[in-house]
Ligand binder design. Structure first.
Ligand code: ANZ
Ligand code: ZN
Length: 956
């Protein structure tokens, strides 16, 4: 074999041309009977800035995966296209004074120029572009279907308005209350909007996340769950005193209803206007409402933000459970669009209400006691009698030093304050003093006050040999005013020793959770108790658990027809219109006689008109509104004059279904041929940025489920496996950005090191989903690796029989590379190839067969060098017509090894096991060894320590 220098510039363009001329190697075939894999990237937004190396990471990964699947005999669909409507393209066009259509075309050309030399397997015959009328015809078609099915509706609602971008934004488009594009603080504005009824799909979007065939990272599923925000609660009405009006509230904590000390209506709530005549301070209320309209939702709801509000003077609400009259406030921490827009406020158990009550000096009334249940030795014992008792825990402070009197119990592991039973008829304070004196012996006691509220606990009290069930306990703080002392009586101190503990050590000294909580309140002050527990101070509902009380209370509400159980969602319907030019026109015609009428299907697409000025307006009207000869049309229903809808769709419309169109990109009869859809869907692997976890992925799931419901497709979840790509930051650790001048351009990297070295580097730089900084040194490293492989060709020896000593390593590498690519552990796949290359380097001759296998393993990562060396070995066909090698299970086994088993540090047995035994298996074999069993007997195993390949140490 000839041995020239490794020169990627010579070989890479040659093979890229070859692949282009041989699409049969990778292009999707609709009629093949091979198993399929649909491998998808989140398609790019062709921005003016072009691609940097970070954008390529996900694309390289899916390309590696696709090439593996080709070699494994799959028919793959691996397409690419352009998500090109929306603000960025429009802003770019305005800035550069060109039409967005032309800007997009130029940007796409530039993107392709950047993608081409990387050597991807894209099937360009299926290229799509969301701004192509032949594509957006079907986006409009789906919208029409939603309209026909009552899922698209018009609403005049306060919406997020970005004053800089001059358009409405969906909640999902905000980042901390600011426009995610330009960072401008959004304001609320009332505008007519098109909205998609996505909430109708909330439950399915939520529950289908649990489907077994949905192989998604938990993190992303969790983000979707939080976004959907399902909440189970109760909605009920409260009467307003001396009025016919009622106010309806939504609560998830009906069990706390006896702790309600006021109620709140959101500033948007219509009840305020209706009560105008009874509100004595209406002017103040109005002013408050006007001010709160300027705040964003986040500013209103953030926990840290100071709560504000105004009482509606002259108005009293009646708590239906106890007839109590309470005040009503307007406060903007309650939102107009969640639940009923009004809440029952329970400061004792809700943090926001707590803060508000503290600020406005409103009563705080506990109605749920946190419950502590003993564990371990304190666990309730079925065989012991139950006793009930009220208890006081006493915190006693030293007269001179910063120390606290504590007890160290003899019978069990309790470490506590003084704990004493309360006799019937005694006050808490008196009991606290009596117990404190008896158990400590000290005399000069002064009660400072109660600490916190009531708690409940259930546990086994070993010193009395009884269960303490539902012990109600409170805590009192006492200061000693002097050192007066008398030896306590034996009966009071026989169970424990008294000790003084320094303030800073008390928290770690205490072993009982119920006392830790009191100590925490003593030190840091009281706050709302938000956990479920045992209901107290609540008439006949007292002593029920929170859950039982919620059940019984809602039954009572239902029986009296004043309330019912209700499920709510945080998720809102999707605000689906934008007041900008560069988007899909919404295919609706407004007619004075017929109202809103859908454009007939036969007239789709409704094309964007060519206009000169597409700058946004301040009025909230789309620039399309100015083009009267486009706007004015005839009503498809009555033939009278009609006006076209001038709002356009948001950027997220096309991307909600584009993956379907790749399957059938030219179909002009239907959105997709169902037979083809059935062959290719669902997407087997979807790779993209984590920033799309809620928006794009929720929209696409919703759109897909809708298309399924109208029988346009056969699948109801689009993406089977989802993996998020970690970002590549610049060498300086910052985000790659023109602003920092730290952007790494792939063309330059390829020019210097070649595409193969760049591809291998991007896959080798670290775990795929982790964010990692670029390193030019790293690319130099993978370039050397390519060179090393290149040089190995001179060692190939056709005649040399297989080097037996390499056999084990080759088979291990086959297994590792295949499994690692499957699991997106590209970095470890590449290190195993590096290990193999190093082993080859040490050999004088490499068997041809081994080297060929290695090339196939390498080819998904570095396709050009693999093709070239393959070709030099005399193969006429592409390496991608090969079959992925199989490994022999028997050949990858290392010999058996001996494991030593110790019991409490002494060697008691030895077992011979397979070298790659798992920890679990090894431990199991050790504990089941007959010899070991005799040493363990019926004692409990406390711990097993496993040292791989050597030792199992059992501690009893
Ligand atoms: C009384 C209560 C007592 C509450 C308590 C909580 C704890 P989810 O659905 O889980 O977010 N709430 C209801 N509507 C609201 C609105 N429009 N704006 C702001 N807050 C609202 O929580 C529902 C709880 O959030 C409800 O339960 C209500 O406060 C509050 F110890 O009612 B709760
Ligand atoms: Zn009409």
């Amino acid at each position: 074999m000839s041995e020239n220098k490794y020169d990627p510039k010579k070989i890479e363009p040659k093979w890229q041309k070859y692949w282009e001329e041989h699409p049969e190697l990778y292009a999707a075939k609709n009629d093949s009977d091979k198993p399929k894999k649909y491998i998808l990237d989140m398609f790019p937004y062709p921005s003016g800035a072009g691609l940097h190396v970070g954008h390529l990471k996900g694309y390289i990964a899916t390309d590696v995966y696709s090439r593996l699947k080709i070699l494994q005999g799959f028919d793959i669909l691996h397409p690419m296209g352009w998500d090109a409507f929306g603000l960025p393209a429009e802003s770019y066009a305005i800035k550069n004074k060109m039409h967005p259509r032309i800007a997009v075309a130029e940007n796409i050309k530039n993107f392709k120029k950047q993608l081409d030399p990387v050597g991807f397997t894209y099937d360009w015959s299926r290229e799509i572009n969301t701004t192509d009328p032949e594509f957006y015809k079907w986006t409009q078609w789906a919208f029409l279907k939603m309209f026909e099915n009552g899922l698209a509706y018009e609403a005049e609602e306060p919406v997020n308005w970005c004053p800089k971008c001059k358009t409405v934004l969906a909640n999902e488009d905000l980042e901390n209350g600011k426009c995610e594009r330009c960072g401008t603080q959004v304001i609320q504005r009332r505008l007519r909007q098109w909205v998609l009824r996505m909430t109708k799909y909330a439950d399915r979007l939520l529950y289908d996340l649990d489907r077994k065939d949905l192989n998604w990272e938990d993190l992303i599923k969790e983000q979707q769950r939080n976004w959907i925000g399902r909440s189970e609660g109760t909605q009920f009405k409260m009467k307003i005193k001396d009025s016919e009006e009622v106010i309806e509230v939504y609560t998830t904590r009906l069990d706390t209803v006896f702790g309600m000390t006021y109620a709140v209506a959101a500033p948007e709530h219509e009840i305020i206007k209706r009560l105008k005549d009874s509100i004595e301070n209406y002017k103040e209320v109005e002013e408050y409402i006007a001010k709160s309209q300027q705040k964003t939702e986040l500013e209103r709801t953030e926990l840290q933000k100071e709560k504000t509000g105004v009482e509606l003077e002259g108005v009293k609400i009646i708590n239906p459970f106890n007839g109590e009259e309470i005040p009503l406030f307007v406060a903007d921490y309650v939102l107009g669009f969640y639940g009923t827009g009004a809440v029952m406020a329970v400061p004792a158990h809700d943090e926001r209400d707590w803060e508000f009550a503290k600020k406005y000096d409103l009563p705080i009334r506990q109605s749920v006691a946190p419950l502590f249940i003993g564990e371990g030795k304190n666990k309730i014992r079925e065989d012991k009698p139950n006793t009930e008792r009220k208890v006081v825990d006493v915190i006693i402070k030293h007269w001179k030093e910063d120390k606290y009197f504590c007890l160290d119990w003899k019978f069990n592991d309790w470490k506590s304050f003084v704990i004493g039973g309360i006799e019937e008829g005694e006050t808490l304070e008196k009991e606290a003093i009596r117990e404190a004196e008896e158990e400590s012996g000290y005399k000069n006691m002064k009660v400072i006050g109660q600490v916190g509220g009531e708690i409940r606990s259930r546990f086994f009290a070993a010193h009395k040999d009884v269960n303490r069930k539902d012990l109600s306990r409170k805590c009192v703080f006492i200061e000693l005013t002097g050192d007066g002392y008398e030896e306590p009586q034996e009966e009071h101190v026989k169970n424990h020793n008294g000790i003084w503990v320094e303030k800073e050590k008390v928290a770690e000294f205490l072993t009982l959770a119920e006392l830790k909580i009191f100590w925490d309140i003593y030190r840091n002050g009281e706050k709302a108790i938000t956990d479920d527990g045992i209901v107290i101070n609540s008439d006949e509902y007292s002593n029920l658990t929170s859950e039982e009380a919620r059940e019984k209370m809602s039954e009572w509400l239902e029986k009296n027809k004043i309330g019912y159980k209700k499920v709510n969602y945080k998720m809102r319907d999707w605000v689906f219109s934008r007041q900008r030019y560069w988007g899909e026109p919404i295919p609706i015609i407004h007619c004075e006689k017929c109202g809103t009428v859908g454009v007939p299907e036969s007239e789709l697409p409704v094309k964007l008109p060519e206009i000169d000025s597409y700058e946004p307006t301040d009025t909230g009207e789309s620039p399309l509104a100015k083009i009267t000869d486009w706007v004015n049309t005839t009503c498809p229903k009555c033939g009278g004059p009609g006006k076209r809808e001038t709002n356009t769709m948001p950027q997220w419309a096309g991307s909600s279904w584009y993956f379907l169109r790749y399957i059938d990109p030219q179909n002009d009869v239907v959105l997709i041929d169902k037979k083809k859809e059935k062959k290719w869907m669902p997407v087997d692997l979807y790779v993209g940025g984590a920033e799309h976890a809620t928006r794009h992925l929720l929209y696409a799931r919703f759109w897909h489920k809708f298309l399924f419901d109208i029988n346009a497709i056969t699948t109801d979840e689009p993406f089977r496996r989802l993996i998020h790509v970690g970002l590549i930051s610049a060498e300086d650790g910052r985000k790659m950005s023109k602003r920092w001048g730290n952007v790494v351009n792939p063309e330059e990297v390829i020019e210097k090191f070649g595409a193969d070295a760049m591809r291998v580097y991007e896959m080798f730089m670290g775990p795929f989903s982790q964010n990692i900084a670029w390193s030019t040194n790293g690319v130099t490293g993978t370039y050397r690796f390519m060179e090393k492989l290149w040089k190995l060709q001179k060692k190939i020896n056709d005649d040399s029989s297989k080097e037996k000593r390499l056999e084990n390593l080759i088979h291990k590498t086959i297994k590792k590379v295949g499994e690692d690519i499957e699991n997106f552990k590209f970095n470890t796949a590449i290190s195993s190839l590096m290990i193999l290359a190093n082993a080859f380097e040490k050999e004088k001759n490499i068997g041809r067969e081994y080297f060929e296998t290695t090339l196939v393993l390498l080819s998904p990562f570095a396709p050009s060098i693999s093709e070239e060396l393959w070709n030099k070995l005399g193969h006429k066909e592409s390496i991608f017509t090969e079959k992925w090698p199989e490994y022999d299970e028997k050949l990858i086994k290392d010999e058996e090894i001996e494991l030593v088993i110790q019991v409490n540090g002494k060697v008691r047995d030895k077992i011979v096991v397979n070298a790659d035994i798992s920890e679990e298996e090894a431990n199991k074999m050790a504990t089941e060894s007959a010899k070991i069993k005799t040493f363990i007997g019926d004692r409990e195993i406390k711990k097993i320590i496993y040292i791989k390949g050597r030792l199992i140490s059992i501690v009893i």
